[in-house]
Design a protein around this ligand. Structure first.
Ligand code: APR
Length: 247
Protein backbone atom coordinates (compact mmCIF):
# COMPACT_ATOMS: atom_id res chain seq x y z
CA UNK A 1 0.00 0.00 0.00
CA UNK A 2 2.76 2.47 1.00
CA UNK A 3 4.53 1.77 -2.27
CA UNK A 4 1.31 2.22 -4.24
CA UNK A 5 0.65 5.52 -2.49
CA UNK A 6 4.15 6.82 -3.22
CA UNK A 7 3.95 5.72 -6.86
CA UNK A 8 0.53 7.31 -7.29
CA UNK A 9 1.72 10.54 -5.70
CA UNK A 10 4.61 10.81 -8.08
CA UNK A 11 2.48 9.90 -11.12
CA UNK A 12 -0.02 12.61 -10.20
CA UNK A 13 2.67 15.17 -9.37
CA UNK A 14 3.60 15.53 -13.02
CA UNK A 15 0.54 14.25 -14.84
CA UNK A 16 -0.43 16.34 -17.87
CA UNK A 17 -3.94 15.22 -18.68
CA UNK A 18 -5.92 13.60 -15.93
CA UNK A 19 -9.31 11.91 -16.16
CA UNK A 20 -11.28 10.53 -13.22
CA UNK A 21 -14.32 8.28 -12.92
CA UNK A 22 -16.05 8.54 -9.57
CA UNK A 23 -18.88 6.55 -8.06
CA UNK A 24 -21.02 6.35 -4.96
CA UNK A 25 -18.06 5.32 -2.76
CA UNK A 26 -16.60 8.82 -2.80
CA UNK A 27 -19.76 10.18 -1.20
CA UNK A 28 -20.11 7.34 1.30
CA UNK A 29 -18.05 9.15 3.94
CA UNK A 30 -20.43 12.10 3.60
CA UNK A 31 -23.24 9.77 4.62
CA UNK A 32 -24.69 9.03 1.18
CA UNK A 33 -25.49 5.31 0.86
CA UNK A 34 -23.86 3.41 -2.02
CA UNK A 35 -26.00 1.38 -4.43
CA UNK A 36 -24.61 -2.15 -4.06
CA UNK A 37 -23.42 -4.29 -1.17
CA UNK A 38 -24.62 -4.40 2.42
CA UNK A 39 -26.87 -1.44 3.19
CA UNK A 40 -26.80 -0.35 -0.46
CA UNK A 41 -29.80 1.41 -1.96
CA UNK A 42 -30.61 -1.47 -4.33
CA UNK A 43 -30.68 -3.89 -1.42
CA UNK A 44 -33.68 -2.14 0.12
CA UNK A 45 -35.33 -0.73 -2.97
CA UNK A 46 -36.15 -2.06 -6.41
CA UNK A 47 -34.21 -0.38 -9.20
CA UNK A 48 -36.75 -1.64 -11.76
CA UNK A 49 -39.56 0.05 -9.84
CA UNK A 50 -37.80 3.26 -8.85
CA UNK A 51 -35.11 3.88 -11.44
CA UNK A 52 -36.55 3.04 -14.82
CA UNK A 53 -38.83 4.78 -17.30
CA UNK A 54 -41.15 1.75 -17.10
CA UNK A 55 -41.36 2.11 -13.32
CA UNK A 56 -42.16 5.80 -13.70
CA UNK A 57 -44.87 5.05 -16.28
CA UNK A 58 -46.39 2.44 -13.93
CA UNK A 59 -46.37 4.53 -10.77
CA UNK A 60 -45.17 8.12 -11.33
CA UNK A 61 -46.19 9.28 -7.85
CA UNK A 62 -44.13 6.58 -6.15
CA UNK A 63 -41.02 7.27 -8.25
CA UNK A 64 -41.38 11.03 -7.87
CA UNK A 65 -41.90 10.81 -4.11
CA UNK A 66 -38.88 8.53 -3.62
CA UNK A 67 -36.56 10.83 -5.56
CA UNK A 68 -37.98 13.89 -3.85
CA UNK A 69 -37.25 12.33 -0.49
CA UNK A 70 -33.69 11.42 -1.53
CA UNK A 71 -33.13 14.96 -2.76
CA UNK A 72 -34.25 16.40 0.57
CA UNK A 73 -31.99 13.97 2.45
CA UNK A 74 -29.05 15.15 0.35
CA UNK A 75 -29.77 18.77 1.23
CA UNK A 76 -28.14 18.27 4.64
CA UNK A 77 -25.06 16.48 3.31
CA UNK A 78 -21.62 18.06 2.94
CA UNK A 79 -18.72 17.16 0.66
CA UNK A 80 -15.78 15.35 2.28
CA UNK A 81 -11.98 15.32 2.10
CA UNK A 82 -12.04 13.04 -0.95
CA UNK A 83 -14.16 15.46 -3.00
CA UNK A 84 -11.96 18.33 -1.82
CA UNK A 85 -8.72 16.56 -2.78
CA UNK A 86 -10.01 16.08 -6.34
CA UNK A 87 -10.91 19.77 -6.60
CA UNK A 88 -7.39 20.65 -5.38
CA UNK A 89 -5.84 18.22 -7.85
CA UNK A 90 -7.82 19.79 -10.69
CA UNK A 91 -6.58 23.27 -9.74
CA UNK A 92 -2.97 22.05 -9.69
CA UNK A 93 -3.17 20.20 -13.00
CA UNK A 94 -4.84 23.13 -14.74
CA UNK A 95 -2.34 25.62 -13.24
CA UNK A 96 0.52 23.71 -14.87
CA UNK A 97 -1.24 23.68 -18.24
CA UNK A 98 -2.84 20.23 -18.16
CA UNK A 99 -6.44 19.16 -18.48
CA UNK A 100 -8.63 17.60 -15.82
CA UNK A 101 -11.95 15.87 -16.41
CA UNK A 102 -14.04 14.40 -13.65
CA UNK A 103 -16.71 12.05 -14.97
CA UNK A 104 -18.99 11.13 -12.10
CA UNK A 105 -21.78 8.61 -11.87
CA UNK A 106 -23.06 10.44 -8.81
CA UNK A 107 -26.16 12.57 -8.91
CA UNK A 108 -25.54 14.35 -5.61
CA UNK A 109 -23.70 17.50 -6.77
CA UNK A 110 -20.99 17.07 -4.11
CA UNK A 111 -18.04 17.38 -6.51
CA UNK A 112 -19.25 20.80 -7.62
CA UNK A 113 -19.94 21.78 -4.01
CA UNK A 114 -16.29 20.94 -3.20
CA UNK A 115 -15.08 23.22 -6.02
CA UNK A 116 -14.50 20.85 -8.94
CA UNK A 117 -14.95 22.74 -12.20
CA UNK A 118 -14.90 20.31 -15.09
CA UNK A 119 -17.49 17.79 -13.94
CA UNK A 120 -19.36 15.52 -16.34
CA UNK A 121 -22.49 14.09 -14.77
CA UNK A 122 -22.78 10.80 -16.62
CA UNK A 123 -25.99 9.80 -14.84
CA UNK A 124 -27.50 13.28 -14.57
CA UNK A 125 -28.34 15.09 -11.37
CA UNK A 126 -31.02 14.92 -8.72
CA UNK A 127 -30.88 18.72 -8.50
CA UNK A 128 -32.71 19.20 -11.80
CA UNK A 129 -35.93 17.94 -13.32
CA UNK A 130 -36.87 17.50 -16.93
CA UNK A 131 -39.97 16.80 -18.92
CA UNK A 132 -40.76 13.13 -19.44
CA UNK A 133 -41.85 13.96 -22.98
CA UNK A 134 -40.29 17.14 -24.39
CA UNK A 135 -36.93 18.85 -23.77
CA UNK A 136 -37.90 21.28 -21.00
CA UNK A 137 -35.49 21.22 -18.05
CA UNK A 138 -35.33 23.08 -14.74
CA UNK A 139 -32.75 23.36 -11.97
CA UNK A 140 -34.51 22.91 -8.63
CA UNK A 141 -31.54 22.46 -6.28
CA UNK A 142 -32.75 21.70 -2.77
CA UNK A 143 -35.86 23.83 -2.98
CA UNK A 144 -38.72 21.89 -1.40
CA UNK A 145 -41.21 20.60 -3.94
CA UNK A 146 -44.34 18.95 -2.68
CA UNK A 147 -45.22 15.40 -3.46
CA UNK A 148 -47.55 16.38 -6.29
CA UNK A 149 -45.65 15.75 -9.51
CA UNK A 150 -44.94 19.01 -11.33
CA UNK A 151 -46.17 19.37 -14.89
CA UNK A 152 -44.10 20.62 -17.81
CA UNK A 153 -44.68 24.31 -18.53
CA UNK A 154 -44.30 23.64 -22.26
CA UNK A 155 -46.38 20.55 -22.90
CA UNK A 156 -48.13 19.63 -19.65
CA UNK A 157 -46.56 16.16 -19.30
CA UNK A 158 -45.10 15.01 -15.98
CA UNK A 159 -41.68 16.31 -15.00
CA UNK A 160 -39.17 13.67 -13.81
CA UNK A 161 -35.77 13.75 -12.13
CA UNK A 162 -32.96 14.62 -14.57
CA UNK A 163 -31.33 11.27 -13.85
CA UNK A 164 -30.29 8.54 -16.26
CA UNK A 165 -32.29 5.50 -15.22
CA UNK A 166 -31.59 1.85 -16.03
CA UNK A 167 -32.08 1.10 -19.71
CA UNK A 168 -31.67 4.75 -20.72
CA UNK A 169 -28.96 6.34 -22.85
CA UNK A 170 -26.41 8.66 -21.31
CA UNK A 171 -26.63 12.25 -22.61
CA UNK A 172 -24.64 12.04 -25.87
CA UNK A 173 -22.55 15.20 -25.39
CA UNK A 174 -21.60 14.25 -21.83
CA UNK A 175 -20.63 10.72 -22.85
CA UNK A 176 -18.57 11.93 -25.82
CA UNK A 177 -16.65 14.36 -23.61
CA UNK A 178 -15.98 11.61 -21.06
CA UNK A 179 -14.82 9.15 -23.72
CA UNK A 180 -12.52 11.80 -25.25
CA UNK A 181 -11.00 12.51 -21.83
CA UNK A 182 -10.47 8.79 -21.20
CA UNK A 183 -8.76 8.31 -24.57
CA UNK A 184 -6.55 11.39 -24.25
CA UNK A 185 -5.47 11.25 -20.61
CA UNK A 186 -2.03 10.25 -19.30
CA UNK A 187 -3.43 9.30 -15.93
CA UNK A 188 -6.85 7.80 -15.19
CA UNK A 189 -8.27 7.33 -11.72
CA UNK A 190 -11.31 5.23 -10.84
CA UNK A 191 -12.62 6.06 -7.39
CA UNK A 192 -15.37 4.51 -5.27
CA UNK A 193 -17.15 2.64 -8.04
CA UNK A 194 -17.92 -1.07 -8.33
CA UNK A 195 -17.22 -0.65 -12.06
CA UNK A 196 -20.07 -2.91 -13.10
CA UNK A 197 -22.41 -0.38 -14.71
CA UNK A 198 -21.77 0.32 -18.38
CA UNK A 199 -21.05 2.37 -20.35
CA UNK A 200 -19.45 4.35 -17.46
CA UNK A 201 -17.18 1.45 -16.41
CA UNK A 202 -15.99 1.21 -20.03
CA UNK A 203 -14.05 4.45 -19.52
CA UNK A 204 -11.51 2.52 -17.44
CA UNK A 205 -10.96 0.07 -20.29
CA UNK A 206 -10.67 2.90 -22.81
CA UNK A 207 -7.97 4.66 -20.76
CA UNK A 208 -6.07 1.46 -20.00
CA UNK A 209 -6.21 0.51 -23.69
CA UNK A 210 -4.42 3.69 -24.74
CA UNK A 211 -1.61 3.13 -22.22
CA UNK A 212 -2.64 5.70 -19.61
CA UNK A 213 -1.44 5.02 -16.10
CA UNK A 214 -4.44 3.79 -14.14
CA UNK A 215 -5.06 4.08 -10.41
CA UNK A 216 -8.00 2.69 -8.46
CA UNK A 217 -9.12 3.87 -5.02
CA UNK A 218 -11.72 1.65 -3.39
CA UNK A 219 -12.49 -0.01 -0.07
CA UNK A 220 -12.21 -3.38 -1.78
CA UNK A 221 -11.28 -5.09 -5.02
CA UNK A 222 -13.70 -4.42 -7.88
CA UNK A 223 -14.39 -5.52 -11.43
CA UNK A 224 -11.69 -3.04 -12.50
CA UNK A 225 -8.93 -4.06 -10.10
CA UNK A 226 -7.33 -6.53 -12.49
CA UNK A 227 -7.14 -3.89 -15.18
CA UNK A 228 -5.50 -1.01 -13.34
CA UNK A 229 -1.78 -0.43 -12.69
CA UNK A 230 -2.20 0.53 -9.06
CA UNK A 231 -5.04 -0.55 -6.78
CA UNK A 232 -5.25 1.35 -3.49
CA UNK A 233 -7.56 -0.18 -0.92
CA UNK A 234 -9.06 2.13 1.68
CA UNK A 235 -11.39 5.06 2.13
CA UNK A 236 -11.37 7.68 -0.61
CA UNK A 237 -11.57 10.43 2.01
CA UNK A 238 -8.36 9.18 3.59
CA UNK A 239 -6.39 8.11 0.52
CA UNK A 240 -7.07 10.97 -1.89
CA UNK A 241 -5.71 13.76 0.33
CA UNK A 242 -2.49 11.72 0.61
CA UNK A 243 -2.14 11.60 -3.17
CA UNK A 244 -2.46 15.30 -3.72
CA UNK A 245 0.25 17.74 -2.73
CA UNK A 246 -1.58 20.19 -0.55
CA UNK A 247 1.36 22.55 0.08
N1 APR B 1 -14.02 4.93 -0.23
C1 APR B 1 -13.79 4.28 -1.41
N2 APR B 1 -14.63 3.39 -1.94
C2 APR B 1 -15.75 3.12 -1.26
C3 APR B 1 -16.08 3.75 -0.04
C4 APR B 1 -15.14 4.68 0.49
N3 APR B 1 -15.35 5.32 1.64
N4 APR B 1 -17.27 3.26 0.39
C5 APR B 1 -17.68 2.39 -0.55
N5 APR B 1 -16.78 2.29 -1.54
C6 APR B 1 -16.86 1.51 -2.78
C7 APR B 1 -17.48 0.13 -2.66
O1 APR B 1 -16.49 -0.81 -2.31
C8 APR B 1 -18.02 -0.09 -4.07
O2 APR B 1 -17.05 -0.69 -4.91
O3 APR B 1 -17.72 2.23 -3.64
C9 APR B 1 -18.30 1.32 -4.58
C10 APR B 1 -19.77 1.65 -4.74
O4 APR B 1 -20.32 0.86 -5.72
P1 APR B 1 -21.84 0.98 -6.19
O5 APR B 1 -22.72 1.03 -5.00
O6 APR B 1 -22.09 -0.06 -7.20
O7 APR B 1 -21.89 2.46 -6.83
P2 APR B 1 -21.49 2.92 -8.30
O8 APR B 1 -20.36 2.12 -8.84
O9 APR B 1 -21.36 4.39 -8.26
O10 APR B 1 -22.82 2.56 -9.10
C11 APR B 1 -22.90 2.86 -10.47
O11 APR B 1 -25.18 2.15 -10.55
O12 APR B 1 -27.30 2.06 -9.59
C12 APR B 1 -26.51 2.68 -10.52
O13 APR B 1 -26.86 4.78 -11.47
C13 APR B 1 -26.39 4.18 -10.28
O14 APR B 1 -24.51 5.63 -10.70
C14 APR B 1 -24.91 4.40 -10.12
C15 APR B 1 -24.31 3.22 -10.86
Amino acid sequence: MEQGLAQSRSILADAGNVAVLSGAGISAESGVPTYRGAGGIWEGFSAAELASAEGFARDPAKVWGWHNQRRMQLAAIKFNAGHKALADLEAQVVARGGTFTLATQNIDGLHQAAGSQNVLELHGTILAIRCSTCTDKRHIGFEPVDDEIPRCRECGAYMRPDIVWFGEQLPADVWEAAAKAAYECDVFMTIGTSAVVYPAAGLIEMAAGTGAKTIEVNLQRTAASGLVNISLQGKAGEILPQLVDLT
